[in-house]
Design a protein around this ligand. Sequence first.
Ligand SMILES: Cc1cc2nc3c(=O)[nH]c(=O)nc-3n(C[C@H](O)[C@H](O)[C@H](O)COP(=O)(O)OP(=O)(O)OC[C@H]3O[C@@H](n4cnc5c(N)ncnc54)[C@H](O)[C@@H]3O)c2cc1C
Length: 444
Amino acid sequence: MKRKKAVLVIGAGIAGIQASIDLANMGFRVHLVERTPSIGGRMAQLDKTFPTNDCSICILAPKMIECAGHENVNLLTYSEVLEVKGQAGDFRVKVLKKPRYVDVDKCTGCGECVEKCPRRVPNEFNVGLDKRKAIYLPFPQAVPRKMTIDEENCLYLTAREKGRCRLCEQACQAGAIDFEQKEETVTLRVGAIVLATGFDPYDPTPLKEYGYGQLANVITGLEYERLISASGPTGGELRRPSDGKVPDTLAFIQCVGSRDVHHNLYCSSVCCMHATKEAILANEHYPNLKTFIFYTDVRAVGKRFQEYITRARQEYGVAYVRGRPGKITENPETGNPIVWYDETVLTEAEDPVRRATSMEVGLVVLCQALIPHSSHREIAEKLGLKLDEAGFVDIPDRLSHPVDTNVPGVFACGFCQTPQDIPDSVIQASGVAARVAELLSGSL
Ligand SMILES: Cc1cc2nc3c(=O)[nH]c(=O)nc-3n(C[C@H](O)[C@H](O)[C@H](O)COP(=O)(O)OP(=O)(O)OC[C@H]3O[C@@H](n4cnc5c(N)ncnc54)[C@H](O)[C@@H]3O)c2cc1C
């Protein structure tokens, strides 16, 4: 069989970007499909990365630019895979390109249109902590640097018959606004497919005991990342939602919805480390701030991870409390959350009664489970992929072929196949590129 020398990569987080760059460098034509208007994935939302505290976007942005500018990469952002047919070596894939209502060849990314747009809606990039406009760039380093009109919120598109607004069109000197743009379907022929659709955070609202959504000063890990980030809604100041004050104590709760028979049984793998990083960052910003991490076990298995935890303890005074809080209530006078827990490492002599105890803190951060992306089941079905009991891509032979799925010619890397951090996602992405190269050169 003659094998097509092109590859489809689905999902442009760090895993999909790395796989695309490696494959493009080997001379393969790569079609990289990303459902949102920009590539980057979750790594773009992070402030720093453990265990080196490198600036996340400073590592990611050059890769985003390299990937998008590569002569062998065809970037299909704001697009979705509709249908997949064929087999290893020769797949036919239909991709839907959603209308941005902006001519990307004309848009200069200047932002004049954003200034004029009167409609403000919750900003997904900042996890709803602030607002964006209906015409928007998802984040300052977005690639491509092109505006998108969100058709569900644009005043003109939602009230078209009344012909209201069109202020963005008047503001755009480049004449890039195109309200007549329609969705488009393209058909691609590729020899192999790489799935890299990543994760979504588990919604902790149904876990009523933690008070998320009811207590103002209970937030999630990703919300914290945006708050502590200089490019975030508070310019990097840790201001708590209820009153904008900087808290004097901070509690991180581990395993919220993970390692839990009622929610997700598995360990989300990165939370012990990201909570440690976030506690260190809090102390770097505010040296007098006291931080507590309520943990089940500290899982620090990567290179220099244990040393990172030791540094957090010794240099930043981070206190690790072994106990899974059963309840969070609120002090109505201060708005402070009160964490109720049982410290399980105390000996009988230290705590003969084993009473639940409580701690009042300024802000609680829930390190919630991380689950397969919401679109993951649908795309897996289109590809004929088996999923494991938690919904991640099943890898039939993890020992010998750790990136091969049950469908020949379809490979998976990054968080969509198992919870993992950025370095492991990058390793898997390069592994996938090597497997695809073997297949398309006829060695498999
Ligand atoms: C609070 C928090 C802090 C963290 N801190 C660190 C840290 O300091 N260091 C570290 O190593 N790791 C950290 N992580 C983990 C890190 O975010 C992941 O390891 C990494 O993002 C995984 O990359 P990925 O490319 O597999 O997935 P993602 O980053 O989730 O990217 C997946 C991409 O696929 C796209 N996509 C999804 N479905 C489709 C579809 N159907 N079609 C097309 N595109 C699709 C998504 O829009 C997204 O762009 C942290 C995680 C959290 C939650």
